[in-house]
Design a protein around this ligand. Structure first.
Ligand code: C5P
Length: 249
């Protein structure tokens, strides 16, 4: 997908930035959301915050007009995943991650049915390499397993996938235009890498076919988080405006 075809996308530019609220408690999360104000409309609540009481924020933020991505990477027997997804749907979340195993994908889709919740599949954790997969008993290479699971996620009828910027172009070619692709590992040009190894700028991730980008530390650890978020929103708008709009900074 090219930047110009992205301009046709029905997702509003300001919705494409998801801020990862990787903070340990509800008070810090609320403080950050207040600080960011209208510069961010979409937040990710992951395991750290969720297990620190943060699931209560899903309803609170949804009522306040924010969208919420619950990143709990569910994986259990089908009945349990289905009921858990239905509970997350009742809270008003927009996205929920599950591991991309066929039973789990199908169960999560059933649990989300009829609600506004969209299920995202995690293909293979990006901290794994071929040696990790072999040690866990897999015969496939990493890229083969990512491709297999991406296709299984599409067949299960879930909304999208979460994947690294490196996997975007190949996965977009494989699954087609209809699945949502959501990517972390985003670093604006010149930002610290932290522990991320394979990164892309917001502009490049969108140009390679991402529908949403997930950004944590470049905003949370910035001296002025709101300004950092606004700069990323400008870069997103530039990518969506078409080719040859790459920011020069
Ligand atoms: O701070 P940073 O921008 O690196 O945060 C990225 C977010 O995306 C974190 O919540 C992290 O857990 C998540 N994530 C990731 N890489 C993956 C999967 C999830 O960075 N492969």
């Amino acid at each position: 997908m090219t930047a110009s075809s992205l301009a046709q996308s029905s997702i509003a530019s300001s919705e494409k930035l998801i801020v990862a609220l990787d903070v340990p408690d509800v008070a810090q999360a609320r403080k950050m959301v207040e600080l960011l104000g209208d510069s961010v409309g979409f937040y990710k609540i992951g395991m750290e915050l969720a297990y620190g009481g943060g699931l209560s924020l899903v309803e609170e933020f949804s009522r306040a007009g924010k969208q919420v991505f619950v990143d709990l990477k569910l994986h259990d027997i089908g009945a349990t995943v289905e009921k858990a997804a239905a509970q997350i749907a009742r809270l008003g979340a927009r996205f929920l991650t599950v591991h991309a195993f066929p039973q789990t994908l199908a169960a999560a889709r059933r649990g989300a049915e009829g609600s506004g919740l969209q299920v995202l599949g995690v293909t293979v954790m990006t901290s794994y390499d071929d040696a990790d997969l072999a040690a866990a008993g897999y015969r496939l290479h990493l890229s083969e397993l990512v491709a297999l699971r991406a296709m299984q996620a599409r067949e299960a009828g879930i909304a999208g996938l979460i994947l690294s910027p490196e996997e975007l172009s190949a996965t977009r070619a494989l699954v087609g235009a209809d699945m949502l692709l959501v990517t972390p590992g985003i670093r604006p040009a010149g930002a610290a890498l932290d522990d991320q190894k394979r990164v892309a700028t917001p502009y490049d991730a969108l140009s390679r076919g991402a529908d949403f980008i997930v950004v944590g530390r470049p905003i949370l650890s910035a001296a002025e988080p709101r300004q950092a978020a606004l700069a990323i929103q400008r870069e997103i708008a530039a990518a969506l405006a078409g080719p040859n709009t790459r920011p020069t900074e």
